[in-house]
Design a binder for this molecule. Structure first.
Ligand code: ZN
Length: 127
């Protein structure tokens, strides 16, 4: 499942994983925009990187997330694609497509809000 350095990133950027989301997931670089953070969080779900998902959730909202539930959802889903519909400074609309635990094709459409604290972008909430 883990791509090589030259394989395209999970997030659909058409760029190599090693030059796209991987440095963020490894903590070697910080996303510079809400959209980059959103993309890296999608890649974190694909790679089941629960610590990254929690770390990039706004400190105010983090308490509502259960690491075990995130891991279960990430593991029981077969991630297919991410499509960014629109993005502005603090909002990203996207569709994540995956097979749920029953193998049902699911399109999860979300309008997410983000905030920047210091140098870091955080996911706030989505609907
Ligand atoms: Zn990426």
């Amino acid at each position: 499942m883990k791509p090589g350095i030259k394989d395209l990133c999970y997030c659909g950027s058409q760029r190599p994983f090693g030059e796209c989301c991987e440095p963020f997931l490894l903590g070697a670089a910080l996303p510079v925009s809400a959209e980059e953070l959103m993309r890296s969080r999608y890649s974190a779900y694909v790679t089941r990187n629960v610590p990254y998902i929690l770390e990039t959730t706004s400190p105010k909202y983090r308490k509502y997330y259960n690491p075990k539930a995130i891991l279960e959802w990430a593991s029981n889903s077969t991630w297919i694609s991410l499509e960014i519909l629109s993005s502005s400074e603090k909002r990203v609309q996207f569709v994540a497509t995956y097979l749920d635990e029953k193998g049902q094709l699911t399109h999860h459409k979300e309008d997410s809000r983000f905030e920047k604290i210091g140098e870091r972008w955080y996911f706030m909430d989505g609907k």
